[in-house]
Design a protein around this ligand. Structure first.
Ligand code: BDR
Ligand code: CA
Length: 322
């Protein structure tokens, strides 16, 4: 049977760059044959909204993809106080690494409105959300029909066995638990990529050295970003976890991942359980699919192959947005 979805597949990336977000963006930009990146919406998360927006534009500049609009979204969580992750991603959010290329400017529309509009205008739209879920939650509150219009939603978030910002909670969910709960309860049936999956594919110092040695295209900058990330979070572990790039990989290389239906719940009560994600795999009313297994060597091999072979050319026929 032929795949009825548009090809290349339209994709909106909702993110808070963030080093692993930047790697996810580069991976998406590296496969124009499979993905048409129709926009990037940014949200406060790893660092402030002004920094995540600037970083999305910087990565766009590095990738020489000026035709992709960047829309700034929500500057704070729905109810919570922001808790940034600059210890992990650096004060600027990209490890202090300087990136060549022209970042360009922000698109005029708000990220939430862009999300609503793109779901209406782009049949078959996939959304990969790799930051706190504030933009998506506000879009769903504003226009509930957004839930029907997103063909596929992949979310990096949650940790079933353990958290990474508190013992119970993963960062993206903890930053805005009310938003995560809103999205989980909206009937979108997201594919969740939790820490339990992302921790299965650590990026080692040796992999980064090999990428740096390649010296072509975006490889030197991607290696510098990963080196900064590894220095902050990878040295006392098997390596650094490229959570957000894995979420992108789940969309484009589904054959590398095992998914199971589950009923998800997000705890929003105050106290040590706030932000915990619970998955009931025995439920007869699943509201999500959870990535429970992966071919880690194949994921990492394909990711690094893409980062090494990135052409860095502007596709023909795309106007530069005003
Ligand atoms: C998630 O939190 C952020 O720090 C990363 O960018 C990723 O999206 C991992 O918990
Ligand atoms: Ca992120």
């Amino acid at each position: 049977m032929t795949d009825p979805r548009p090809h290349p597949r339209p994709l909106l990336i909702d993110c808070d760059p963030g080093i692993d977000d930047a790697i996810a963006l580069l991976l998406a930009f590296s496969m124009p044959e499979a993905l048409e990146v129709t926009g990037i919406t940014t949200v406060a998360g790893n660092v402030s909204l002004s920094s995540t927006s600037r970083n999305a534009m910087r990565v766009r500049g590095l990738a020489a993809r000026p035709e992709v609009p960047v829309f700034a979204g929500c500057p704070r969580p729905m109810l919570a106080q922001p808790v940034f992750a600059d210890d992990v991603h650096g004060v600027d959010g990209l490890g202090g690494v300087s990136l060549p290329g022209e970042p360009g400017g922000l698109a005029a529309r708000h990220g939430v409105d862009a999300l609503v509009e793109q779901t209406a205008d782009r049949p078959g739209l996939a959304v990969v959300a790799v930051g706190p879920l504030t933009n998506l939650a506000v879009a769903l509150v504003k226009r509930p029909e957004v839930a029907r219009r997103i063909e596929t939603l992949v979310v990096m978030g949650g940790g079933l066995a353990h958290g990474n910002i508190t013992p119970a909670a993963e960062f993206n969910v903890f930053f805005d638990p009310e938003a995560a709960r809103t999205v989980v309860e909206a009937g979108l049936r997201p594919v969740l990529v939790p820490l339990d999956a992302t921790h299965g594919a650590p990026v080692t110092a040796a992999m980064i050295d090999e990428l740096a040695a390649c010296g072509e295209g975006v490889a030197p900058e991607a290696a510098a970003l990963l080196r900064a990330y590894h220095a902050n979070v990878g040295t006392d572990r098997p390596g650094a976890y490229v959570h957000d790039a894995m979420a992108l990989a789940v969309l484009v290389w589904p054959e590398l991942f095992e998914r199971r239906p589950a009923r998800l719940q997000v705890r929003t009560d105050a106290g040590p359980e706030r932000g915990r994600t619970l998955a009931d795999f025995a439920s007869s009313e699943p509201n999500a699919e959870v990535v429970v297994g992966l071919d880690a060597p194949a994921f990492l091999a394909r990711l690094f192959e893409r980062l090494r072979g990135f052409p860095r050319s502007v596709p023909a026929g795309h106007p530069i947005p005003a």
